[in-house]
Design a protein around this ligand. Structure first.
Ligand code: 5GP
Ligand code: ZN
Length: 112
């Protein structure tokens, strides 16, 4: 296993506030929330960033979005945002692909 923070959270070696999990994904609350709901959706598979995902990951990525919609619905959110930072210049700080699900406050556009 690569020395990766999210791999360690997925493996439950580091605690987190887990929201849900299945055979392919783990979702947990961001340690530094930027909105009342700020959930990270993380595939168990270690893919460093979206630009390194391959054709074989297409189904996984689609299912990740469906899971985000389900978590948003379960949180009672009608409007929400799904963010994926790809690369340091875009704000990526953990190099294990993940979505941020943000909601519970008005979300401005464009993001900073
Ligand atoms: P990125 O900046 O890579 O798009 O997102 C990484 C996110 O992981 C950040 O929003 C950051 O607050 C969150 N994060 C960093 N370390 C931890 C941690 O140990 N636990 C949890 N739950 N979130 C973390
Ligand atoms: Zn990882």
């Amino acid at each position: 296993m690569p020395d990766c923070l999210f791999c360690r959270i997925v493996a439950r070696e580091i605690p987190a506030q887990y929201v849900c999990e299945d055979e392919d994904f783990v979702a947990f609350r961001d340690i530094s929330p930027k909105a009342p709901t700020h959930v990270l959706i993380v595939p168990r598979k270690h893919i460093p960033k979206l630009s390194q995902a391959s054709e074989e990951d297409v189904t996984l990525l689609g299912r990740m979005q469906r899971l985000a919609a389900r978590i948003a619905a379960e949180a009672g959110l009608e409007s929400w945002r799904l963010v994926l930072n790809n690369g340091r210049g875009a704000g990526q700080s953990v190099f294990h692909l993940h979505y941020h699900l943000l909601g519970g406050r008005p979300l401005l556009w464009p993001p900073g």
